[in-house]
Every structure is written in C-alpha cells, then in structure tokens.
Design a protein around this ligand. Structure first.
Ligand SMILES: *Cc1c(COP(=O)(O)O)cnc(C)c1O
Length: 414
C-alpha cells in the first residue's frame, strides 16, 4: 500500500491534497523527524524550527525526559475514562495546582476545549455566585482575539475567514478594543450582566501584539472593581514562552481563571487545562462537564514531566535572555532595512512586520526563502512573520538563526 512506502515530499503533499480536507495552508515542507530545536524533512534536509508548533514545543522536539515519561505510562495504562479513578490524575492535579498557585484544575485535551471549559465555568459562576439572571451573562472579549476554532469561540472572532458561513453564532459575548483600559472601563460600566473578561496577555495569532505596560494590571483591577472574572488565555504565551512562567507574571497579575494548553505537554500529546480557586471551580458538579480523554494517565504523566523540564532547564530565563538578544540583533538590521518595518515581542515570542501591503504575499515568499535557507517560520495575519523557536535553543544556535533571517531578508530589500 502506497502509504507504507517511503514518500518524497511531493508524494506526501499530493496525498494530503487528494485525501485530506483543505483546512490549512501549510508551507510546502514535509517533516519526518525532530530533535531539540531541529526538524528534518523526508529528504533529510535539516531545519531550525522557528514556530514550535505555535509554542507547543517549548521544551524542544522529542525531549528525552518527556518521551520517557510518555513511553513508560503508555506501556502501563493509557485510558480509563473518568468513570473510574486512575493513579496519575490526582498527582498531576496536585503538581500543577501547586506549580501555578490555584486550588483546582480541570483537565481537557485541546486549547479550544479548555477555552470552552472556562466559558462554561464563568457563566455558571455568574448565575450561581454573582446572581446574574439566567441566560443573561455576558463575557467581554478583545478585538482580533484568537481562542480556537469551535462554534462558540468563532462566534466572537472578528476574523471573517474563521466565521463566515458557520453561523448561527453563540450570543453572550461583547467585544472591546485590545490594550485600551478606557474602552474596557466603558464597556464594564455600560454593559449589563458581565461575568468575565477573556484575554490573551499577548495577542499571538493576531501578530504578536504586546499590550502597553500596565494594561493587564489595570484590566485585573477593573475586573475586581466590577466583580468580573479575569480569564487569561495563556495557551500560547504561557509556560516560559515570554520569559516568565506565565505572561501575566510580567505584571504580577493573578488571573481568576488560567487557561493552558500547547506547551503543557511539550508538544508530545494534547493536554489542556483550566485552573481556578475553589470559590469558582466548585460550581462544576458531576455530569456538568467532561471529556473521555481529559485527565488520562498518559496526559498526566507527560504534563508533569513537561512542566518539571521547564523548571529544571530554566526555560523562562533562557527565553528572556535570548529574546532580548534576538530583538536587539533584528533591530540593528531593521534600522537600515526597507523590507522589515519592526520587530516586537517578549521573551521568545516575537514577530517582524513586513513593509508591504498586508494583502501581498511578501511574508509568505520570505518564509519560503527561509525554508530554503534552513529555517521554518510561518506568516500570521497581514504580512507578519512570527518567530518562536523552542526555548531549549542555545545562544550560538540563535546567532546562527539571526544570520539566516537577516541574510534572507537582505535578498528581499528593494
Ligand atoms: C492555539 C491557541 C488556542 C487553541 O488551541 P487548540 O489546541 O488549537 O485548540 C486558543 N488560544 C490561544 C491563545 C492559542 O494560541
């Protein structure tokens, strides 16, 4: 059978084109192996990974400790469902709640599921604790947010591609400009029955928009003033990516609900979670939420090891240090560049803005050239290229990557 034979990149791409739904537009590269900061395609060409599966692979590809934890658990017990207890879930919950400083954790699998979970908990809390009349709860979200792809989540997206013809949409969401405390206060003042404020501490998909200093702290203060839950979606920004364990740590903000995914497993397995204190989490009772795979023993073993690796290897410190070097080097280049407008970001979550029409394919063409030069990155909305390598990168490797990026950009200068 064809799928068992050795494939060329062209074969693999053709198989996907013929037999797979076309719901993504990947760069034309077919990867078959990863280790640390590197990936190899089926022809054996080696690349630096500068996307890290949207910040899932913070701990590096196939981290030996995470793979060992996964393998051991996979050979022991993989799934019981939550109809029964398993001997790993409680350990993971104890470990992760202490790690992040919350009373309780609710385990799910994907990021979007965890966001959905947070929305459900927030609404239930609003009716049962805050006293909002049934069916009336509103959740405030930000313009240009990205929280996933479910029907409810795309209901409050303003990405037309993500929304169009998927209606009718879920009501109960109110949009506010990102990084604008005055606008937030106006919405809080003028909208009845607000239960929660759902926010990305840095807007990743939108193009790595870092809000002004004090925004998150100010938003949290407003939430406290109005009795509104501050829900931080740290699926992309969390777990050392921005130079701290959480991006909200930069402003010493403690969310009422914390949503995690992606690097919670170091890219080995789908693991997501919502964390909150008892006064919030206790509104969820048996039968009111769940997932067959959520909290399975493999997920629990993998997530504990993935978090411990982040601490043991000081990945937050490394992200902070290398991120500063990266922006410094790119800023030096950009001073004399006509193709790159600016670099922005925090830690190792960065992006450059290409100096061209947002509708043009320049960012895409630059990513194709980067691929030829051995570095994989992907454009995000509107001629922006996100740069997010695994956090296990060394300074020498980073300097090598800076050379690849600047040499590639140089070819596009007008
Ligand atoms: C990736 C992402 C999600 C969705 O996670 P999935 O695992 O793809 O469902 C939600 N929020 C943010 C901020 C993300 O970056």
């Amino acid at each position: 059978m064809q799928v068992l034979e050795k494939l060329t990149s062209a074969d693999a791409i053709a198989l996907e084109a013929k037999h797979g739904a076309h719901n993504y537009h990947p760069l034309p590269v077919v990867l078959s192996r990863g280790e640390g900061v590197y990936m190899w395609d089926v022809e054996g060409k080696k690349y630096y990974d500068f996307l890290s599966a949207y910040s899932a692979v913070n701990q590096g590809h196939c981290h030996p400790r995470i793979v060992a934890a996964m393998t051991k658990q996979a050979q022991t017990l993989t799934l019981t469902s939550r109809a029964f207890h398993n001997d790993m879930l409680g350990r993971f919950e104890a470990y992760a709640t202490e790690f992040f400083g919350f009373d309780k954790l609710l385990p799910m699998n994907t990021g979007a599921e965890a966001v959905e979970t947070a929305i459900k908990i927030c609404r239930k809390w609003a009716y049962e604790k805050k006293g909002i009349p049934e069916e009336k709860a509103n959740i405030v979200v930000c313009e240009n947010n990205f929280h996933g792809r479910t029907t409810t989540i795309i209901s409050f997206s303003n990405d037309e591609e993500a929304r169009k013809n998927f209606g009718p949409y879920t009501p109960g969401f109110v949009k506010v400009a990102y990084d604008d405390l005055d606008a937030l206060e106006t919405v809080f003042k003028n909208t009845p029955h607000i239960a929660g404020f759902l926010v990305e501490p840095i807007q990743g998909e939108a193009g790595v928009y870092v809000p002004s200093a004090g925004y998150l702290k100010g938003a949290k203060a407003l939430c406290e003033e109005y009795g509104i839950l501050f829900i931080a979606d740290e699926i992309q920004t969390g777990i050392a990516r921005t130079g701290k364990i959480l991006a909200v740590d930069h402003e010493e903000v403690k969310p009422d609900m914390l949503v995690l995914g992606k690097a919670l497993s170091g890219g080995a397995y789908p693991v997501s979670a919502v964390l909150a204190n008892d006064s919030i989490m206790e509104v969820i009772k048996p039968g009111q939420h769940g997932s067959t795979y959520g909290g399975n023993p493999v997920a629990a073993a993998v997530a504990m090891e993935a978090l411990q690796v982040v601490l043991d290897e000081d990945l937050a410190g490394n992200a902070e240090r290398l991120g500063a070097i990266f922006r410094d080097k790119l800023n030096t280049y950009i001073k004399t560049s006509s193709i790159a407008k600016l670099v922005r970001g925090k830690g190792l979550l960065n992006a450059i803005v290409i100096n061209d029409d947002p509708e043009s394919s320049t960012a895409w063409n630059i990513c194709l050239a980067l691929k030829e030069n051995g570095l994989l990155a992907k454009p995000t909305h509107g001629n922006i290229i996100r740069f997010a390598p695994p956090l296990v990168m060394t300074e020498d490797q980073l300097m090598d990557c800076v050379s690849i990026i600047t040499n590639t950009l140089r070819k596009f200068e007008k």
